[in-house]
Design a protein around this ligand. Structure first.
Ligand SMILES: Cc1ncc(COP(=O)(O)O)c(C=O)c1O
Length: 382
């Protein structure tokens, strides 16, 4: 099946610079230099991004001299699907239910011909849905299971830590570090079968530029320059712009992602982040917003409580009307949504493209920002 991604519905340039950002910013004081999770991450490969980790997993698990047919959930962002297009997999989408769980009988039906070789299972937004049951079912089929923990860094880390937490037996698991931690780039990959990925680090000059960027030096310089009405763009951050894609059919994935390591400073931030504290803050912020937003005219959250394992990346919230997306963005809250989902028969995914928004609940939100989110949502009316 040829995959056709839909076009974006909105553009960031339509909105003011956000006062409540989707992800946290780097602050030295958030690092816990006394702790080091090195032991926990020995088996981890640090890739440039999540899509790179997916691509490396897809490449390592590809069957030689056989057709590779992969099942991917119909609700996704293109960055999750594109590596498999690049690797020449045949892609089939399976539907999701309104709470983003998966109907196992539908999955069983999709596998009834016995030709599926791989299946992706996504832990959406840091929530488990019924993934454990899905993975249990997949163990009864001869397929490679790729667990997408792009939003679930904490779950991903459980693959290595000695927390004693039960983790599913999967062929590969990936995560996207800069969704949860204040890094410039970063994906991580766990492969059950050892696979020596040959990844290249950037040179030390580029690494130094990245360090300067992360602590805000080029941004500070360009602010000063603009005060003095000099040319605003110093060009110092050009390395962080996405390079032009060689293959116009792909919007996000670049083949170079398959061979690129993350910045070294990404790994350091990962190893020195206080994950325990971040878990606690994200859960607390989720609960604060959920307990205080009460405006069914605007919409309803997809999940109203957290189980022990859920650590939200964002709060998925279903709008009654897509127009509220614009109202909230114009207020300066950087909500996101997956507008470019591929065409499929899954009505939930097609509908969520415009109506399911992702509300920030990251560890750096202040009480003032939390109240701003709550009040904005409560004050909107049709
Ligand atoms: C579910 C999911 N998987 C994979 C990815 C790819 O992660 P990254 O942006 O780090 O490449 C993303 C984000 O784009 C995602 O949301």
């Amino acid at each position: 099946m040829v995959v056709k991604f839909l076009n974006p519905l909105a553009d960031a340039s339509q909105f003011p610079a956000p006062s409540v950002a989707a992800t946290p910013k780097f602050r030295l004081r958030d690092l816990d230099l006394a702790q080091h999770t090195k032991g926990d991450v020995r088996q981890t490969t640090f890739t440039r991004n999540g899509r790179g980790a997916i691509g490396i997993a897809g490449s390592a698990l590809k069957k030689k001299n056989a057709k590779n047919i992969i099942l991917i959930p119909a609700y996704h962002c293109p960055a999750l699907v594109e590596p498999f297009i690049w690797l020449d997999y045949e892609i089939r989408f399976y539907p999701v239910k309104p709470d983003l769980s998966v109907d196992i009988s539908v999955l069983e039906q999709a596998m009834s011909k016995g030709d599926i070789t791989h299946c992706v299972v996504v832990r959406y937004f840091g929530f488990g849905q019924n993934n454990n049951e899905v993975i249990q079912f997949l163990h009864t089929r001869p397929v490679e299971i790729i667990e997408d923990c792009a939003h679930s860094l904490f779950r991903f880390v459980d693959h290595f830590s000695d927390s004693g937490k039960q983790v599913p037996d999967v062929s590969a698991s990936i995560c996207s570090i800069n969704k949860i931690l204040p890094t410039i780039d970063g994906g991580a990959l766990y492969l059950k079968q050892k696979y020596e990925a040959q990844l290249t680090h950037v040179g030390w000059a580029e690494e130094a530029k990245a360090c300067a960027f992360i602590v805000g030096i080029p941004q500070f310089i360009s602010k000063i320059k603009s005060v003095f009405k000099k040319v605003a763009n110093s060009g110092q951050n050009e390395v962080f712009e996405p390079a032009e894609n060689e293959d116009i059919a792909l919007r996000y994935f670049q083949p170079i992602d398959l061979v690129s390591a993350s910045y070294r400073n990404t790994k350091s931030i990962f190893c020195h982040s206080n994950l325990k504290l971040i878990r606690k803050k994200r859960r607390k912020n989720f609960e604060y917003i959920i307990n205080n937003v009460n405006n069914p005219d605007v919409g309803t959250p997809l999940f109203t409580s957290l189980n022990e394992e859920d650590i939200p990346y964002v709060i998925p919230f279903l709008l009654t009307d897509e127009k509220f997306f614009f109202d909230i963005r114009k207020k300066g809250i950087q909500i996101l949504r997956w507008e470019e989902v591929a065409v499929s028969e899954c009505q939930v995914s097609q509908n969520y493209r415009s109506r399911l928004i992702q509300i920030p609940c990251h560890q750096q939100l202040s009480t003032k920002q939390l109240n701003f989110i709550v009040n904005t949502l409560n004050e909107l009316h049709p």
